[in-house]
Each structure stands twice: as C-alpha cells, then as structure tokens.
Write a protein that binds this ligand. Structure first.
Ligand code: HEC
Ligand code: HEC
Ligand code: HEC
Ligand code: HEC
Length: 425
C-alpha cells in the first residue's frame, strides 16, 4: 500500500518503536535514505577509490590479486569467484566429443584432439599446463598471466620467442588485476603491447571503449608473426577488424597456421574473436554497452556502497543486471539468447559437415592427380576461405549472442564458398 506522506509513517514508527521497521517504511514512503542515494544505474557512475601505494617483491613488479586483497576486499572476493566457473553442469564440454567433425577440419593442429570449453580466469595457468596441444614458445602464455605480460614489457618482443618451459617456471599468477589495471586498480591500462598499438589512438579519439579494449587484450583473433613469433593482431584498428579484411590481411601475407594433411590446404585457425564480433557491423548493443556492462556489472558491499563486480559471468546469470537494466526491453532474455544459440550452433554443424564433405572430395581429387596446379590452387583457396568464415563463428564464445547478424552472414559465406568448390569437383 502506498502512503501519501511521510508523517503517517513517522507516527507508526513512534508507536511500534521498531527501528528496522522505521527505516523500511521511510524508504517505502519515498523519503530518501542514505542507501537509496548510493544506488547507481551503471558501472560508469561508480567513483574510483584512490589507489594505495604498495610495493611488491614479485618478479617484474607485478602486484598480485592477493597483495591487493586487503585494500579491495569485495573486488578481490568477486575476482576469486572466477574459480567457481568450471564449465557447464554436466562437466566441461570437450568439443572433440560433441563435434567429432572437427577432427577432420582441424587435422594438422592440436585442436583436432584437444579442444575443451573455456572456463573462468582462475584456471588459465592450470589449463595451459594440462593441454595436450604442443606449445614450444613463451608466446602461448600471452593471455594466461600478467607475469608474462610484464616480462614482455620489460624485455620487449624478444620475450615472445623464449622457451615455453623456461618462462612457465617463472610465472604463477593467472589473469589478474595487472592485466587490466597495471598497478593502478580502477584505471584501465592496456598492458598488452599489440592491443595498445592497435587501439590506443582510437580510444583517445573516442572510437573504442576502454573497457572493451581491456577484454580485447585476450578475447580477440590474433596470430604469431612468422618472423619474430610475437603475438599480434591482423588489423590496425577498428577500421579493418571485420572478417573480410582479416582474411584479406592473412591472404596478402600468405599466412598459414596449419596445413591439412589430406588436402594440402594451408589453413587459418581463428581464435575467440569476441571483441571483433561484438563491436562488428550488425551488433545490436555495441554503441550502448561494453563488455564490463554485461559481464561484470554493479554489486553492493555490506554498507550498501557500489563496486564493480569482478566475477566474469554470463549476463543471464546476473539477476541484478537483468532486473535493473535488460528487462526494460527484454521480457525473457534467457529464451531469446538460447534460441539464437540453438540456431547458430545448428548452422555451425550443418556448414561444418559440408566442409568435411569438401575436405574428403578435395583429398580424393588431390590423390587422383587429375587436376592441374591452377585448378587445385583455386579449390584450395575456396576451402581455406570457407573454413575461415566458419571458424570465425565456431570459436566465438557467445555462440551467436554477441552479434547474430554477423554470425549468420559468416556462416552463409562459408556455405556459399564451400558449394562453389564442390560444384567444381
Ligand atoms: C589476460 C587475458 C584475458 C583478459 C584481459 C580477459 N580474459 Fe577472459 N578469459 C581469458 C582466458 C585465457 C579464458 C579461458 C580460460 C580457460 O579456459 O582456462 C577466459 C575466459 C573468460 C570467460 C569464461 C568463459 C566461459 O565460457 O565460461 C569469460 C566470461 C571472460 N573470460 C570474460 C572476460 C571479460 C568480460 C573480460 C574483460 C573485462 C576478459 N575476459 C578479459 C583471458 C582473458
Ligand atoms: C549486450 C551484452 C553483452 C556484451 C556487451 C558483451 N557480451 Fe559477451 N556474452 C553475452 C551473452 C548474452 C553471452 C551468452 C551467455 C550464455 O550463453 O549464458 C555472452 C557470452 C560471452 C562469453 C562466453 C562465456 C559465457 O558465459 O558463455 C565470453 C567469453 C564473452 N561473452 C566475452 C565478451 C567480451 C570480451 C565482450 C566485449 C568485447 C562481450 N562479451 C560483450 C552478452 C554480452
Ligand atoms: C579483465 C580485466 C580486469 C581485471 C583482471 C581486473 N579488473 Fe578491475 N576493473 C575492470 C573494469 C573493466 C573496470 C570498470 C572500470 C571502467 O569501466 O572504467 C574495473 C574497475 C575496477 C575498480 C574501480 C571500481 C570500483 O569498484 O572500485 C577497481 C578499484 C578495480 N577494478 C580493482 C581491481 C583489482 C584489485 C583487481 C584484481 C583483484 C582487478 N580490478 C582486476 C577490469 C578488470
Ligand atoms: C533500450 C532497449 C534495450 C535494452 C535496455 C537492452 N536491449 Fe538487448 N536488444 C534490444 C534490441 C532492440 C535488440 C534487437 C532485437 C531483438 O533481438 O530483440 C536486442 C538484442 C539483444 C541480444 C541479441 C543480439 C543479437 O545479435 O541477436 C542480446 C544478447 C541482448 N539484446 C542482450 C541484452 C542485455 C544483456 C541487456 C542488459 C544488459 C540488454 N540486451 C538490454 C534492446 C535492448
């Protein structure tokens, strides 16, 4: 029941002499309490606390999450909750089992026999220690630990080509504060050199959101430069970050990640292009929300003060965010997202199977020796391009939710290119 004025409420309070009840009813009657005034509607309204001056004895001066924990207890606790993200309820999905066709498409690279779903940030170093995919060089540690990020910043790009085991023995902190803030929590700093090169100017010009860039240090398509083995991105900024330009870039430099043994096609292995997909053409929300708005969100400490939640969750698992924000426009976001994901996953399988058919027909044609080098070259190019567009969607972690229009477009292109090749076989 809504009261018209605060005075009745005050009377009730005096009568029942219950402090708690007073606070509740004063709040309901519209009198602003202190707690009410602390409510914020987005991350950008949160005041960043002053950074305490602390030092560390850890290598390369990387202050660890634990060393910050007493200064930012809530943020630290939410950061540690990433350890609870260990995959879906039936255990961690092994794509090699759910999608057996990838053993054909990825033949010639480790993902053909070891490819499991991504889990929380706490596990980056455990996972790289366990993977059966071969890793020779330290560049594999690019997105796993701030200790390596700091090593690169200290030694320069030579660090990328150091021996994997040698560097692995020197690192211990999984993805943490330093990756996104250096040693100044609250300020976003691009610590990864390739991302700083690609988007620093665009951030200054207001074309790239700093929180998107923070995640883009790892949630992107990248490659190892063939000459120096350093990690780099196949674009110079948002102007050529779309799948067509990325493919053109790789084609121009003749870049090959692995060669399919059956067909001799030099393939590109795409890696988790969340940044390129979410901010790409067709995105419904790119101008409205950044990665942190949907995957971090606002939380409140015991006193009611807001802070940025550092547990990186699905927005569908963040009831506070859904209620305060998304529900303004979405009545049932969960069903909407699941419908998109089902549609895109079904198309991935359909086009994936078509690529398997192409792989086997092309392998037969190669083995028969009937085709001219020119004909083969054309078919190989079609196969390489088709698989690139398919992979751009297959390895993207939102399964279509970030930008369903772009996902559909890429899968259609992949299908079309595969069919063009099949009609020639
Ligand atoms: C320094 C690299 C790095 C940065 C920066 C980074 N991530 Fe990650 N992230 C990873 C890696 C690596 C994994 C996969 C870990 C694994 O499977 O062992 C991951 C996993 C995740 C997952 C879990 C995936 C799943 O399917 O459950 C989410 C969600 C996520 N990151 C969101 C973000 C967001 C949002 C940002 C930016 C605010 C961000 N990440 C910044 C490296 C990074
Ligand atoms: C408009 C909200 C929104 C924004 C902004 C957004 N995402 Fe997502 N993201 C989603 C949704 C929805 C899913 C699917 C979640 C699910 O399946 O439960 C998802 C899934 C993911 C996943 C897989 C983890 C998971 O829980 O399934 C990662 C990793 C990820 N996003 C990273 C990013 C990065 C990096 C950015 C910024 C470049 C970003 N997202 C921006 C909504 C968003
Ligand atoms: C993957 C990137 C990432 C990591 C890792 C990370 N942060 Fe943040 N942090 C952010 C983003 C994004 C924001 C939002 C700031 C913005 O949008 O300007 C933020 C905001 C903050 C703020 C200011 C807001 C507030 O609630 O006070 C503090 C302080 C902070 N982080 C501390 C930490 C600490 C301490 C750690 C390690 C335990 C950490 N962060 C790890 C990305 C990260
Ligand atoms: C101002 C209205 C509005 C708000 C608020 C809003 N959305 Fe949306 N959202 C839309 C519209 C419009 C579309 C496109 C039409 C559709 O698919 O419903 C959309 C589509 C989406 C999609 C599908 C994207 C795709 O490419 O198919 C996701 C995922 C999504 N929204 C997540 C969120 C999340 C998470 C929030 C809260 C953080 C949110 N939205 C808040 C209006 C909104």
């Amino acid at each position: 029941m809504k009261k018209s004025a605060g005075s009745d409420t005050l009377m009730t309070c005096l009568t029942v002499l219950s402090v708690a009840a007073c606070v509740v009813s004063l709040y309901q009657s519209g009198v602003k309490t202190i707690k009410d005034s602390r409510k914020v509607s987005s991350i950008s309204e949160i005041t960043v606390p002053e950074v305490p001056q602390i030092s560390t004895s850890r290598p390369y001066n990387v202050i660890s999450a634990e060393e910050w924990s007493s200064y930012y207890p809530e943020i630290y606790t939410s950061h540690m909750k990433n350890g609870e993200n260990t995959g879906n309820t039936d255990g961690r999905t092994a794509y090699t089992e759910t999608d057996p066709y990838i053993s054909t498409l990825y033949q010639g690279i480790g993902f053909a026999f070891d490819y499991t779903e991504a889990i929380g940030h706490s596990y980056t170093l455990d996972d790289i220690a366990k993977t059966e995919r071969p890793h020779k060089l330290a560049n594999c540690l690019t997105c796993k630990t701030p200790d390596f990020t700091a090593l690169v910043n200290e030694l320069g790009p030579e660090a990328y080509s150091m021996d994997f085991e040698e560097v692995q023995a020197m690192v211990s902190e999984p993805v943490s504060c330093y990756n996104c803030h250096e040693n100044t929590p609250g300020t976003l700093v691009l610590t990864h050199d390739y991302m700083a090169r690609a988007v620093s100017d665009d951030i200054e010009a207001g074309k790239v959101d700093p929180a998107n860039a923070a995640c883009a240090q790892c949630h992107i398509e990248y490659y190892f430069r063939p000459d120096t083995k350093q990690t780099d991105v196949p674009y110079t900024g948002p102007e050529n970050m779309d799948p067509d330009s990325i493919l053109a870039f790789y084609n121009e430099m003749g870049f090959v990640d692995f060669t399919n043994e059956n067909t001799g096609v030099g393939m590109i292995k795409v890696q988790h292009p969340e940044f390129e997909t979410y901010t790409g053409a067709g995105s419904q929300h790119a101008g409205m929300y950044n990665c942190a708005d949907c995957h971090m969100g606002v939380a409140y400490d015991k006193k009611g003060y807001p802070y940025v939640n550092h547990e990186f969750t699905s927005p569908l698992d963040n009831p506070e965010l859904l209620a305060s924000n998304c529900s303004m426009c979405h009545s049932d976001l969960k069903s909407q997202v699941r419908a998109i994901q089902e549609e895109i996953t079904a198309r991935e399988t359909e086009v994936g199977m078509l690529l398997v058919e192409l792989n086997s027909k092309l392998a037969e044609a190669v083995a028969s020796g009937q085709l001219s080098e020119e004909e083969l070259e054309e078919l190989r190019m079609l196969d390489r391009s088709a698989q690139f567009y398919w992979d751009f969607v297959y390895v993207e972690n939102s399964e279509g939710a970030h930008n369903s229009a772009l996902s559909r477009e890429c899968l259609n292109k992949a299908e079309d290119l595969a069919n063009q090749a099949l009609t020639k076989l």
